[in-house]
Ligand binder design. Sequence first.
Ligand code: ATP
Length: 236
Amino acid sequence: MTILTVQGLHAGYGVADVLRNIDFAVERGTIVALLGANGAGKTTTLRALSGLIPSRGVIKFAGTDLRQCSAARRVELGLAHVPQGRGTFAEFTVEENLAAGAYTAGSKRQIAQDMERWYEAFPRLAERRRQLAGSLSGGEQQMLALARALMSRPKLLLCDEPSLGLAPAITQEIFEIFRQLNQEHGMTLLIVEQNADLTLQFADTAYVMEAGEITLNGKASDLLSDEAVQQSYLGV
Ligand code: ATP
């Protein structure tokens, strides 16, 4: 079943559009990669989806046309955005950051239950629950950003360059967490990455962007095994 359908999407920051006529879809329960070079328009796509910048075209999410929905309403509907650079609150503790992510989640008891659930999935956050977010390592901050987004009980998690600034081993660990969220918790993920090779190993399907357009898409395993694709589109 399709959870997200994007058709004819245009978006930008001023007069000129950065995104030109973007079409793509995300199936429920899958991991989808959105790849492309620096400046291709990947971050702009995520911002348009979560309503942080205006856009034209169709964005249909879990049966709802998002065009009339504010960014806050989109979170309520189950769209969570983990921004590039993580966006955690450095002066607040891990626990306070998680609580901030729960503003749509209902009763105190539910919030406490959700928090315990994500502490189980992220034991390193559980150990550091009273520590300030600013004192965490880059990998731990990425985990916190993910867990905070999960506190809003999303149906779809949008992750912008999770590997940015992380050592390869830590990046691998973050991607293992994505797999766990997908397989054990049924989460659907749309991951924006410049690290194409690694992302394709974890994704089901992939879209490649160039200069504001989608120029290639397919099964991740097909793209990974196609040398011509790797060389001409992914710079591997
Ligand atoms: P990156 O990996 O660098 O984030 P990206 O594929 O996510 O690359 P975008 O950040 O979406 O690319 O940028 C696409 C284009 O939009 C670029 O040409 C960029 O200069 C422009 N752009 C991005 N943010 C803004 C902004 N706030 N105001 C004006 N132009 C912007």
